[in-house]
Design a protein. Structure first.
Lengths: 476, 265
C-alpha cells in the first residue's frame, strides 16, 4: 500500500472536517470500549491471563528461529509448502506465481492485514486476476476503492447510508427499488452476492491470527464464517502471515485467544475459530488440493532485539486504537498506511522508515490509554518516545520545534537566567490581561489561541513570591 | 510541627510557578496542615518533560540531574501535578545508564517523589481537610496521574469531606483532554477536537466548578470553556482542598471592584 503517512497533519485536518467520518467515528468511541469493559469485568482473572498471554509471546520471540523452523517442518509433513518472503515484493511475486500455476481467474480472500501491507490486491488485479474480499467490511471498502481504517473493523469509517449507496451502485443486477435501510438487509445482500463468488474461486487466500509450531496449523478468527468458505472451497489455499504470528502449541494459541476476542470486540470468543493444516488428505471429504504458507518478514527480523522488539508481541486486536482519543478524532485513514492508531505510530516507522512516517510517533498526548488496555502489555508510548528520540538525533524534528526545545532547555538548565527571562514577561502579560483574565489571541501562540483562550498569569512567579515571603518572615 | 516532621521539598512545576502561583501556596498550606516542613529549593525550573517527550534525551537528563541535586537531601519531593511527579518517579531512572551513579540517585529520588494529593492521602494519611465549598464540582483525571501513578480515589475521598461540596462525576473522566504538553501546539486541530469533546462533557455534568490535579490540562480545558463562553469555573484541586479560592478562577477576570484590575506591572 502506498503511504501518505508523511502528510498526517493534512490528512488529519481533512478528517476533522469530514462530517460523515465524524459521525461514523462516534460508534467506535461508545461501541468497542463499553463491550471490552464489560467482558473484562465479567472475568476476574483477566489481568493474570494478560500476563500469561504476554509471557507466551515473550518466550516465542526469544526462540523465534526455533519455532519457525519447527512450524515449517510440520507444514511440510502435512503436505503443505512454506515460502519465505523477505519483503513485500517477494510475497507478491510468490503469491502471483502460485495463482498463475493454478490457472486462477478468481481469488477469494479472508481479511488479512498482511495482504494490505504487501498491497496484494493491486498486484493480482494488474495480472488480470479478479480479487474478491469476503469479509463484509473488507468487501465494502473494496467496492469503495479505499484502504481499511481499522485493523479489525476495516469499514468503521463508513456509515450505513454510505454502504447502502455503494451497494445500489455496484450490485446493478439487483432491483434498484429494493430497501436497504437497515444493517440486516445489507448483510444479507452481501452474503448473497458473495456466495456465488466463493463457488467461482480458484484460489482462496487467508491471513492468520496464529501459526502453531507443534502442528503446522494456521488459525483464523472471524465472526462471519467467510474465512472457512474462502479456505475450504477453492482448490488452492494460500495463508499469508508475518513471522511473529507463530506460537509454540495449540494450548498457547487458546490462551491468547481468550484475551484476543475480549480485547477486540468484547466477545468471549469469536464466532468462528478456524484451523487449517495442510491440503485435503485422502479420506477428507473436502478441502484444498494444495496448501501454501507465505511467511513475510518485511523488516520484522530487524526489530528483534531493538527498542521495538516488544511490538512484535502485538496480536492485532485493535484495543489500542479503540481507546485512542487521537484515533477517535481523525480516524484510521489519516495515519496514511496499513496500521493506524498507536500500534501504527510504532509499527509504521519500523516498516516503511521513520523519514516517511515522522509525524506518527508525535501524534500522541502520551495519555497511556493504549498501553493500559493492550492485552500484550506493549509499552506503546515508550516506543513512540524512542522514535521521537531517533528523529531528534537525526534532525528529522521540525526546525522550529527543535530550536524551541533547545532554547527553552538552555534556560531551564540555568535557574537564575530562567527567572530573569520569565519575570518581566509575566508582569507584562498579567498587566495586559488584568481585566479579562484571559487572552483571545497571543503572538507566537496561534496554535493555542486559534482554538482556546489563554488564561492570564497571576503576575509574579511562585519562586519570587516565596522568596519575598521568606525575607519578610526572616525580617520580622 | 516538630523536629521529626518530614522535610518536604515542593517541586512547584513550571506552569504553577509562572502562571498560577496560588496553586503552589495552596500546596504549601495543605502540606503544612498535614504536619510537613515545606522547603522550596531554588534550583528548580521544570521537570524536563518538554525535552523528554520531544526526543531530546540529553537535555532531559541534564534537567533531571539539576532536580536530583536540588531535592535528594530532603525526605520527600512533592509536586502539585501527576504529570511532573510521574516524570520524576517513573521516567528519571530510565534517563541514566543501568548501574551508573546517576541511575542510583535518580532511583532514590523516584522512590520518595509523590504527587500532592496522593502524598497527603497515602503517605501523610490525611483523611479530611478543614475547607468547605458550597457548590457542585466535577473532576477530570489527568492522564499521567491516573495511569502512571494510579491516582483516582484519593482526590475524590478528600473532596467528599468538604462541607457543602457535591461531586458530579464527569463521564469519560479518564479520557485525555488533548493537552499533551507540546502536543497541543504541534497538532492544534486534533487537540482542539479533543478538548471540545471534553468541554461538552464538562458542561453536561451541570457542575459549576471543574477540578483536576494538573495545571496543563486545566489551562487547556479552562481556555476552551472560556472560548465557548461557558460559566463553569476551573481550579486546581489543591486550591479547593486548601480553602484558598480567593484568587479568580483559571481564565476568569477579577470580580468587579476588587481593585486588582488597577495594578500596574
Amino acid at each position: 500500500m502506498k503511504s501518505s503517512a508523511h502528510s498526517f497533519r493534512d490528512n488529519a485536518s481533512h478528517a476533522l472536517g469530514d462530517a460523515q467520518l465524524q459521525k461514523a467515528m462516534g460508534h467506535v468511541r461508545s461501541g468497542f470500549i463499553d463491550k471490552r469493559r464489560k467482558a473484562v469485568d465479567r472475568m476476574p482473572e483477566f489481568e493474570a491471563l494478560r500476563d500469561q498471554a504476554r509471557d507466551i509471546k515473550i518466550h516465542t520471540l526469544d526462540n523465534l528461529d526455533f519455532y519457525l523452523e519447527r512450524y515449517e517442518q510440520k507444514v511440510i509433513e502435512a503436505g503443505g509448502q512454506v515460502h519465505w518472503a523477505p519483503d513485500a515484493a517477494d510475497a507478491r511475486r510468490i503469491i502471483l506465481d502460485i495463482c498463475r500455476h493454478a490457472g486462477a481467474r478468481t481469488v477469494t480472500k479472508g481479511k488479512s492485514m498482511i495482504s494490505e501491507e504487501v498491497a496484494l490486491n493491486e498486484h493480482l488485479e494488474a495480472a488480470a486476476i479478479d480479487v474478491v474480499e469476503t469479509d463484509l467490511g473488507e468487501y465494502i471498502i473494496q467496492l469503495r476503492g479505499e484502504p481499511p481504517s481499522h485493523i479489525i473493523a476495516p469499514a468503521v469509517h463508513v456509515t450505513k447510508e454510505q454502504v447502502r449507496d455503494d451497494f445500489l451502485k455496484h450490485h446493478a443486477h439487483l432491483p434498484p427499488d429494493r430497501v436497504l435501510d437497515e444493517a440486516p438487509a445489507l448483510v444479507s445482500e452481501a452474503r448473497e452476492v458473495l456466495r456465488q463468488r466463493y463457488l467461482e474461486a480458484d484460489v482462496g487466500i487467508t491471513g492468520a491470527n496464529f501459526l502453531i509450531a507443534e502442528t503446522g496449523a494456521s488459525v483464523i478468527v472471524t465472526n462471519e464464517g467467510n474465512g472457512d468458505l474462502t479456505q475450504c472451497l477453492p482448490k488452492v489455499h494460500i495463508v499469508i502471515a508475518s513471522l511473529e504470528k507463530v506460537v509454540p502449541t495449540l494450548e498457547d494459541a487458546t490462551a491468547i485467544l481468550r484475551v484476543l476476542a475480549r480485547s477486540a470486540t468484547g466477545q468471549e470468543f469469536s464466532t468462528y475459530t478456524t484451523f487449517s493444516t495442510g491440503p485435503k488428505r485422502a479420506d477428507d471429504p473436502d478441502g484444498p488440493e494444495a496448501y501454501h504458507v507465505v511467511l513475510l518478514d518485511n523488516g520484522r527480523s530487524n526489530m528483534l532485539g531493538s527498542e521495538f522488539h516488544e511490538v512484535l508481541r502485538c496480536i492485532r486486536c485493535g484495543a489500542c486504537m479503540n481507546h485512542c482519543p487521537v484515533y477517535h478524532a481523525v480516524g484510521g485513514h489519516a495515519y496514511g498506511w496499513v496500521y493506524p492508531g498507536p500500534i501504527g505510530a510504532v509499527l509504521t516507522p519500523s516498516l516503511i522508515g521513520v523519514e516517511a512516517a515522522a509525524s506518527l510517533p508525535n501524534a500522541s498526548t502520551f495519555c497511556g490509554r493504549c498501553e493500559a488496555v493492550c492485552p500484550m502489555r506493549i509499552p506503546l508510548p515508550r516506543m513512540m518516545r524512542h522514535w521521537r528520540e531517533r528523529e531528534f538525533a537525526r534532525h528529522l524534528t521540525p526546525p522550529v520545534q527543535r530550536w524551541g526545545i533547545k532554547i527553552w532547555a538552555f534556560a531551564a538548565r540555568r535557574p537564575a537566567l530562567y527567572r530573569l527571562m520569565t519575570g518581566p514577561a509575566l508582569r507584562v502579560m498579567a498587566w495586559l490581561g488584568r481585566r479579562a483574565g484571559r487572552f483571545r489571541s497571543l503572538p507566537l501562540a496561534a496554535g493555542w489561541t486559534d482554538h482556546r483562550d489563554f488564561p492570564v498569569p497571576q503576575g509574579a512567579s511562585f519562586q519570587a513570591l516565596w522568596r519575598r515571603q521568606k525575607q519578610r518572615s526572616a525580617g520580622s | 510541627m516538630t523536629k521529626d516532621s518530614p522535610r518536604v521539598g515542593l517541586f512547584v512545576t513550571c506552569l504553577v510557578d509562572l502562571i498560577r502561583p496560588s496553586v503552589g501556596f495552596a500546596a504549601v498550606k495543605l502540606l503544612e496542615d498535614a504536619g510537613c516542613r515545606v522547603e522550596v529549593p531554588q534550583a528548580q525550573t521544570c521537570c524536563g518533560q518538554p525535552a523528554y517527550n520531544s526526543g531530546d534525551r540529553a537535555d532531559a537528563a541534564a534537567i533531571a540531574m539539576q532536580v536530583i541535586e536540588a531535592f535528594e537531601g530532603l525526605d520527600y519531593l512533592v509536586a502539585p501535578s501527576g504529570s511532573c511527579a510521574g516524570m520524576i518517579k517513573k521516567h528519571y531512572p530510565a534517563l541514566f545508564d543501568d548501574g551508573s551513579a546517576w541511575r542510583g540517585r535518580a532511583e532514590a529520588l523516584a522512590e520518595k517523589s509523590y504527587e500532592l494529593v496522593s502524598f497527603l492521602s497515602d503517605v501523610m494519611k490525611v483523611e479530611r481537610t478543614e475547607a468547605s465549598y458550597l457548590g457542585t464540582v466535577t473532576y477530570h483525571d489527568a492522564c499521567s496521574g491516573l495511569r502512571e501513578l494510579g491516582i483516582h480515589e484519593q482526590p475524590r475521598r478528600l473532596l467528599a469531606t468538604l462541607e457543602g461540596l457535591t461531586l458530579s462525576e464527569l463521564p469519560d473522566a479518564d479520557v485525555c483532554c488533548g493537552f499533551g504538553g507540546t502536543f497541543c501546539v504541534k497538532y492544534p486541530e486534533i487537540s482542539n477536537k479533543m478538548v471540545e469533546t471534553k468541554a461538552g462533557r464538562i458542561e453536561a455534568t451541570g457542575a459549576d466548578l471543574l477540578l483536576a490535579g494538573d495545571l496543563g490540562c486545566l489551562l487547556n480545558m479552562a481556555g476552551k470553556l472560556k472560548r465557548l463562553n461557558s460559566t463553569v469555573a476551573v481550579r486546581h484541586v489543591a486550591e479547593v482542598l486548601a480553602g484558598m479560592t480567593d484568587e479568580p478562577a483559571i481564565g476568569d477576570g477579577p470580580a468587579i471592584g476588587d481593585g486588582r484590575e488597577d495594578r500596574s506591572p
